[in-house]
Write a protein that binds this ligand. Structure first.
Ligand SMILES: [Mg+2]
Length: 218
């Protein structure tokens, strides 16, 4: 149990930490494109291309462009865009929060500052965060979207004397812990690893199978 004070800051990741991003795209969005006749494997390849070819994060405009370029796509861009906007910028996406995600944020906020640090396209993420309701849980002043490596933006965050990291990416977490430990030796991280297949080498990183477990251990 960490001795938390008001000047403890929790730096929380969004994708696949609070929100089931992988499942969200595939269960929530992709079926709508299948319904208009685009085969699943083509949607998948358009999606992968749109997150790997130019940059390594998702940009909606690239995805629409990739879908539109598919031989199997018989629709104009407006149709593809409308489907995207209707499905993605919708309160219905709230069902893809992991169980206990909102409880975790509210629990942290009782005695610490909660900051959301998310990697990705600023324009897309900021719009998505409004619609999925995460904005109101953190407050927009506590939300940071970056296309740089997270360790490169840590010094842009408000200063704090204690840090907690909650994330699902092991190497990113390890780097963040290494960096933040210079400011505070008590820095701790809680790493979401539902399948428990990460080989942990750090006594500063606690592996958790679920957010419920993070809530218990933090
Ligand atoms: Mg993540």
């Amino acid at each position: 149990m960490i001795n938390k004070t008001k000047d403890t800051m929790a730096i929380i990741d969004f994708d696949n930490t609070l929100f089931e991003t992988r499942r969200f795209w595939r269960e929530h969005l992709f079926p709508s494109y299948e319904k208009i006749g685009i085969p699943r494997k083509d949607i998948e390849s358009a999606f992968i291309k749109s997150t790997t070819v130019k940059v390594d994060y998702f940009i909606p405009e690239l995805f629409i462009q990739e879908l539109y370029s598919l031989k199997s796509c018989q629709h104009n861009k407006q149709v593809l865009e409308k489907i995207f906007n209707d499905k993605v910028y919708s309160p219905s996406v709230k069902k893809y929060y992991f169980p206990d995600a909102i409880r975790l944020i509210n629990g942290i906020k009782k005695n610490s500052r909660a900051v959301l640090l998310s990697y990705g396209d600023k324009k897309f993420k900021n719009k998505f965060f409004k619609h999925c309701g995460i904005n109101k849980h953190f407050g927009s002043q506590n939300i940071f979207v970056t296309t740089d490596k997270k360790i490169e933006v840590l010094n842009k965050l408000p200063k704090s004397s204690k840090y907690i990291i909650i994330n699902d990416n092991y190497s990113e977490t390890k780097n963040m812990v290494f960096w933040l430990q210079k400011a505070n030796a008590d820095t701790m991280a809680y790493l979401l690893d539902p399948n428990l297949d990460i080989k942990n080498e750090s006594d500063r990183i606690v592996i958790c199978q679920s957010i419920k477990e993070v809530c218990q251990k933090i």
